[in-house]
Design a protein around this ligand. Structure first.
Ligand SMILES: [Zn+2]
Length: 139
């Protein structure tokens, strides 16, 4: 997805939308998706995952980038209602028209990050510091 207009740093670009499913539902529906190297799932909180395969918006088309110009952050519902938490995508810096919008997906798999998995989740963002994979260091 590319910017059509100049986007100042800090701009709320859009929310990552989709149906809410529980972690157990995600495992049942997409249990083997770690081997696909592709996902429209985004972990919202301990209870829910946003599944952009259903009811997703344009946010699902943003690519991962190793030197991203956007960030996705969880905005917790002030009343603590897990269902109402949001994933907000914001501009990290001023973005010029024509630039691709990217953010770090922050993907950490439960399984080992083997060379094969890194290849499956290969990154081709082209940034000078590209790690070559979407998979992030385990903490
Ligand atoms: Zn990269």
């Amino acid at each position: 997805m590319f910017a059509r207009v100049a986007i100042p740093a800090g701009t709320h670009i859009l929310d990552y939308k989709g149906r809410l499913i529980t972690h157990a539902q995600a495992d049942r529906l997409y249990g083997d998706s770690a081997a696909s190297g592709h996902t429209f799932l985004f972990m919202l909180n301990a209870r829910y995952i946003i599944d952009a395969n259903v009811g997703g918006n344009a946010a699902r088309w943003l690519n991962h980038g190793c030197a991203p110009n956007c960030a996705a952050s969880i905005h917790e519902h002030p009343g603590g209602v897990a269902l109402r938490d949001r994933i907000v995508i914001e501009a990290l810096r001023d973005i010029a028209p024509g630039e691709e919008l990217t953010y770090n997906y922050g993907i950490v798999l439960e399984m080992r990050h083997t060379a094969r998995m890194k290849r499956l989740w290969a990154c081709r963002c082209g940034a000078p510091g590209c790690t070559g994979t979407l998979l992030q260091r385990k903490r």
